[in-house]
Ligand binder design. Structure first.
Ligand code: 0X9
Ligand code: CA
Ligand code: ZN
Length: 339
């Protein structure tokens, strides 16, 4: 388990219990679904959050009554956490979002409006096996990958954030060696955890249209707001027009102003291939960001900041998350090109 000094962090069982308690406390807003299983058989779950209030053009409005088939669907937004085992603060971020959306609904205007007008998906733990392995001995192991064995190797694990099916292994931003911290796996989506979440995202294509419009994948650390692409240094490329890049940068920079992070294209950090945000954008046209949370440096706690910072460092992203939700219906509005 977590060392006693960090007992406020939630291990897998505690996180699941907390989520069940939130769903039980706010049954009209939240529901939980098991979207699949990790390599070792742990449930990977998604929590759906949305209010019942009618929104413009939605079911129940005059427009909808006249043409029910054309009732506007609520834009959907996805928040994911814990691809990397040792980045435990990201699970706390997901738990914070559930608590905040549940407890502030009907109290805070921005939260109420977004919960009513969006469908919010939270996948709080993409790598439960790695997370549990990292804390199992009672002292941190600095584990990053999942816990899947590799054929012909004694080294376990795939880096989930190099295993997504977009330009997988294309560009020197991952490794083909099983022992590497950035091992990309034997093929795209070879990690069951990535397959489960990618399949879930694909189920949100309804009538040929991806319902999820925007996303944040939480990591630690460095205090960054990152946008695609990671596979190329170029700002624009096949699959990224100037307007798309500008909308990414505009909303990303504005989110970063609110939390004090540094905004940049993900390849400004280093080249990566097979990451979730490149796949969500390149394959699904979802405006996907990566947040690297607290701290800013290794010296300030690295992957293991003390549990005393959890409340402050999760609430720090409240405004940024609301900003993404508010922009999700039309990201191009941010650059004055509503379409
Ligand atoms: O290397 C990663 O996967 C991320 N950093 S971490 O320290 N959390 O491992 C950064 C990924 C940046 N690139 C993209 N988001 N594409
Ligand atoms: Ca402590
Ligand atoms: Zn990470």
């Amino acid at each position: 388990d977590f060392p006693p000094a960090d007992a406020k962090y939630h291990n897998y069982k505690e996180a699941m219990a907390e989520i069940d308690a939130d769903v039980a406390a706010y049954p009209s807003l939240m529901s939980k679904q098991v979207i699949g299983k990790s390599y070792e058989g742990r449930d990977i779950i998604a929590v759906k959050i949305t209010g019942s209030a009618k929104t413009a053009g939605g079911a129940g409005t005059a427009d909808a009554a006249k043409a029910p088939a054309k009732a506007a669907a609520k834009p959907e937004v996805l928040f994911t956490a814990h691809q990397h085992a040792r980045e435990h603060l990201t699970v706390e971020m997901a738990l914070y979002l559930l608590k905040e959306f549940g407890s502030q609904y009907g109290k805070d205007d921005r939260v109420t409006k977004m919960v009513d007008s969006r469908v919010i998906w939270v996948v709080p733990d993409l790598n439960p096996d790695g997370g549990e392995y990292d804390i199992a001995s009672g002292s941190y192991r600095s584990w990053r990958k999942n816990r899947q064995p590799n054929n012909g190797s004694s080294s376990r694990g795939t880096d989930l954030n190099r295993n997504w099916d977009y330009k997988w292994g294309c560009c020197g931003g991952s490794s083909g060696s099983t022992g590497s911290e950035t091992y990309r796996g034997s093929g795209p989506e070879s990690a069951p955890e990535v397959k489960v979440v990618a399949d879930f995202v694909r189920t949100r294509v309804v009538g040929g249209k991806q319902q999820i419009k925007a996303a944040i994948d939480f990591h630690t650390y460095s205090e960054l707001v990152l946008w695609p692409f990671g596979w190329t240094y170029d700002d624009t490329a096949a699959g990224m027009t100037q307007d798309e890049r500008d909308a990414f940068a505009k909303v990303g920079t504005s989110m970063a102003r609110s939390n004090g992070y540094t905004p940049e294209q993900s390849s400004d950090l280093y080249i990566t291939d097979g990451t979730i945000d490149d796949w969500l954008w390149g394959n699904q046209k979802i405006f996907a960001y990566t947040f690297e949370m607290y701290p800013s440096s290794a010296g300030a706690g690295g992957f293991y900041p003390p549990d005393e910072v959890i409340d402050r460092e999760t609430a720090r992203n409240r405004d940024a998350v609301l900003q993404l939700l508010e922009n999700a219906d039309c990201m191009y509005r941010s650059i004055g090109k509503e379409q």
